[in-house]
Design a binder for this molecule. Structure first.
Ligand code: SF4
Length: 350
């Protein structure tokens, strides 16, 4: 399930050096709103500083630049990071990110995970952890079950289409692996959050819309919710390489709104809290639209698209959808807007 040529090219873009942050502190920690208990509420997010995703040894997903935050840390460093979170977090709900997989024992050793459960498990009422499929194993599900609080495991499926997983996203995984892992998690009483990537490279925006909706249909019976992540341009990634060469454009907000509205009608809860929205490197229309971005987040938090639908209906988007159709028919997905900007900046002033 790996396109070797693609995997090697992605590898060649990744820097050799490691990050140099404080090894005793997480990369980052903040509060945001999410609805892990079925309603919007304050949720703490922490990104632990770790050696990073096991996939980085070979390659990386085409949009993922979290390797930029990784560095060699000892078990001792990880204990200190956990202590820091335990003493500073101020909400009942915690989402744990690691630039990889919380359940990967090479990244978070078993003893460190046990310490985390002991130190933090009692302080919270709901936990979300992220993991690649290969680490969602019975023994780790059993330890999660023992904490005694509801846990949601977030899995990056990205697309239910194996061709896209292999030749566009370079995930080093498959739909079957996702289904097996998600089913195992459900068997142990866990909830599942499924990440879908909206508009991976090499496919048109129209195809990307169809792919996300099709993926939601395929996972609706096994997932608790679906989180749609519109591709954003992260440093040293394949997506950035293509974008810098005018060969990739992040998705438009109009398309994300459409996916959210139609996706919610399919079944599971569907959310999208876009990173870098209304910025050149994130999801944006040609003209930035703050109201639309706010409505996308609000609809996600409330699971109610009425206002978003009303807003979309108030716009005349016929030209936009024709452009999306035309783009789909062209072989190369060129970012004309950026190419023109680059060309203009190269013209000397008179
Ligand atoms: S599996 Fe996750 S952390 Fe690993 S490379 Fe892919 S997106 Fe990044």
């Amino acid at each position: 399930m790996v396109n070797k040529e693609l995997a090697l090219f992605v590898r060649s873009l990744m820097p050799e050096g490691k990050g140099r942050g404080d090894p005793d502190r997480p990369v980052s920690m903040w509060n945001e709103l999410d609805r892990l208990r079925g309603y919007p509420e304050k949720t703490t997010v922490v990104i632990f500083r770790t050696r990073g995703c096991s996939w980085y040894k070979f390659s990386s997903c085409s949009m993922c630049g979290y390797f930029n935050d990784t560095q060699d840390v000892t078990e001792e460093n990880l204990y200190h990071q956990i202590d820091h979170v335990a003493s500073t977090m101020n909400s009942d709900v915690l989402k744990v990110f690691t630039s990889g997989s919380f359940l990967d024992p090479m990244e978070i050793p078993d003893g460190v995970r046990s310490y985390f459960y002991e130190r933090i498990g009692q302080k919270i009422s709901k936990l979300l952890v992220e993991s690649r499929t290969e680490y969602i194993r019975p023994e780790r599900l059993e330890e999660l079950r023992k904490i005694g609080i509801p846990v949601r495991i977030a899995i990056g499926l990205e697309s239910a289409n194996d061709y896209i997983i292999e030749n566009s996203i370079n995930k080093g995984s498959s739909f079957k692996k996702y289904m097996d892992a998600a089913s195992a998690a459900r068997k142990y009483g866990m909830e599942v959050r499924t990440y879908l990537l909206f508009k991976p490279p090499f496919i048109s925006e129209k195809a990307a819309i169809a792919d996300v909706l099709d993926s939601i249909r395929k996972v609706r019976d096994v997932t608790t919710d679906v989180s749609i992540n519109p591709t954003n341009i992260q440093k040293n990634t394949l997506v950035e390489y293509l974008w810098k060469n005018g060969l990739y454009r992040p998705p438009r907000l109009y398309s994300l709104a459409k996916v959210l509205i139609e996706g919610m009608k399919i079944g599971p809860e569907v959310i999208s809290y876009p990173t870098g929205g209304n910025k050149d490197r994130g999801v944006h229309n040609d003209t930035f639209d703050d109201r639309l971005l706010d409505l996308i987040v609000k609809s996600s938090l409330n699971q109610d698209v009425a206002e978003l639908e009303q807003y979309m209906e108030s716009l005349d988007l016929s030209e936009f959808w024709s452009m999306i159709e035309e783009e789909d028919r062209s072989m190369v997905q060129v970012d004309f807007e950026r190419m023109i900007k680059q060309a203009l900046s190269a013209v000397p002033e008179i």
